[in-house]
Design a protein around this ligand. Structure first.
Ligand SMILES: *Cc1c(COP(=O)(O)O)cnc(C)c1O
Length: 343
């Protein structure tokens, strides 16, 4: 694999951000201890801070969003239980089936609308009766933001209260929860109000090199600590990483609005060129046809723009900390070159 050229405009994902100098300074200064012993003061402070921010009793710092979601599922569900989840949800589709592989937990995927919502009727219909023919329906898992869209608060509340009334637990894959909070003006705690657990990523738009935090009550987080150890995620002087997350909370939350504004500028620029695209928070999805695809691939290569251009279908472009205004203009120019080549 080749490394990324220094001046690339890398729109593949918001995971590609590299720690800023200030973040690296914060990491270097961090007091640390052995986190398996619970001794790392920077990790402990991060866990307390994120729990308070999201309105939970406790939290656990873990290496990745995938591990965080998996641990949550393992805490909520026993062998032979099932969880209701979106057909396209990250937890179901992009985490290598971990809950089934390691927890004998059966997913019940449910069709989603274009806005990411599963209808409340479909959710209700998939809650199985107490009958030995069926897996025990234990949990509803939602994802916010959904392909950049913040889910409406009404929907989150209604879905959670519906399944709560049926005795189910609720998990939120909030990989980009802070994008949702900044875009809607709702506090993270309000968005998380009816969930039993929430996972947030620091390695995406918040710009930390590594790390996610799982929030829940004391009992869930105690169990989660055991599962993290089983999964090989018991780490030691992780305070150097937690320091990056503290720095991200201090410096990189409010500025997510800049990423959203740049994505909007990109979406508007594409619309001005007659290119069909939709934009929410820091993501732009562009419709690519078979004629444009090879032209755009070479225009991006010439302009040193990185993106995963499909042969046809939807191209996702993601803005983040390392994309500035000039970068957006370079991307739009590359579209101009590609379209000139098509005409
Ligand atoms: C990135 C992501 C994850 C997983 O995070 P990793 O740290 O890459 O394992 C989970 N859910 C969603 C919605 C994500 O975008």
């Amino acid at each position: 694999m080749a490394s990324v050229p220094k001046d690339a405009v890398d729109l593949r994902s918001d995971t590609v951000t590299r720690p800023t100098e200030a973040m690296r300074d914060a990491m270097r200064r961090a007091p640390v201890g052995d986190d398996v012993y619970g001794d790392d003061p920077t990790v402990n402070a991060l866990q307390e801070r994120v729990a308070a921010l999201l309105g939970f009793e406790a939290a656990l710092f873990v290496p990745s969003g995938t591990q965080s979601n998996l641990i949550a599922l393992l805490c909520h569900c026993q062998r032979g239980d099932e969880y209701l989840v979106g057909q396209q949800a990250h937890t179901y589709r992009y985490e290598a089936g971990g809950a089934a592989v390691l927890g004998s937990i059966q997913p019940q995927p449910i069709e989603q609308g274009a806005d990411g919502r599963m209808s409340l009727d479909r959710i209700t219909a998939e809650i199985k009766p107490d009958d030995p023919h069926f897996a025990r329906t234990r949990l509803l898992a939602l994802e916010n933001t959904w392909h950049g869209r913040p889910l409406p608060l009404d929907y989150l509340d209604e879905a959670c209260l519906l399944v709560r009334s049926r005795g189910l637990r609720r998990h939120l894959d909030g990989a980009r929860l802070f994008n949702a909070a900044v875009a809607t003006g709702e506090s993270p705690a309000r968005i998380c109000k009816y969930f039993d657990s929430v996972s947030v990523c620091f390695s995406k738009g918040l710009g930390a090199p590594v790390g996610s935090v799982l929030c829940g009550d004391h009992e869930l987080i105690e169990q989660a600590r055991r599962w993290r150890k089983i999964l090989g995620g018991g780490w030691r002087q992780a305070g150097v990483l937690a320091a990056a997350c503290h720095h991200a909370l201090d410096q990189h939350v409010g500025r997510l609005a800049d990423d959203h504004a740049r994505a909007e500028r990109l979406g508007v620029g594409l619309a001005e060129r007659g290119i069909s695209a939709s934009q929410h928070t820091n993501m732009v999805f562009v419709d690519i046809d078979a004629a444009l695809s090879p032209r755009l691939t070479s225009a991006f290569r010439d302009a040193n723009v990185l993106a995963s251009v499909p042969a046809s279908g939807s191209l996702r472009l993601v803005t983040h900390l390392d994309i500035d205004d000039a970068g957006i203009e370079r991307v739009l120019s590359a579209f101009d070159s590609a379209m000139a080549a098509v005409d």
